[in-house]
Design a protein around this ligand. Sequence first.
Ligand code: SF4
Ligand code: SF4
Length: 161
Amino acid sequence: MEKIVEDWKANAKGNLNENKAFLKSIPKHKSTDKLVSDLHDQVFKKVDCLKCANCCKTTPALVTRPDAKRIAKHLSIPPKTFIRKYLLEDIDGELMIARVPCTFLNEDNTCQIYEVRPQACREYPHTNQTGFSRRSKMNANNTIVCPAVFEIVERLKKADL
Ligand code: SF4
Ligand code: SF4
């Protein structure tokens, strides 16, 4: 993991423009998504999220209304109270966790609401999901948030697409 994190720290910002262009150019095929999903499995064998938590520390997680209802129930508070106390609403009406680092992140990088965490947190960094190849902007931005995404993209650049 150390090598992946060191490489990410040294190169993610410098490679951002190149990675933006590369991710925009990749074939928008299911075969690309499958290849990325395989790279995801390989890379996450080497990456321990509990030693990182950079996503929880730097990026406000999106929270859907069903997420809010589920988490509020878990916390034994009304959904409206949960939304007022812990979330922000953007101009499009989308809800997100109000603070970074996330209010629910523990000192040891575990999540206080892990069992009921937002769907966006469950799915992050979205590298093993159908449609990867069509989300170039988000994927490029994630290369500077997530060492695993950076590594996946660097390996993808060497693959036969
Ligand atoms: S930023 Fe990536 S590697 Fe770090 S905790 Fe989040 S998903 Fe795991
Ligand atoms: S809810 Fe949990 S998994 Fe999601 S950002 Fe907060 S600490 Fe991380």
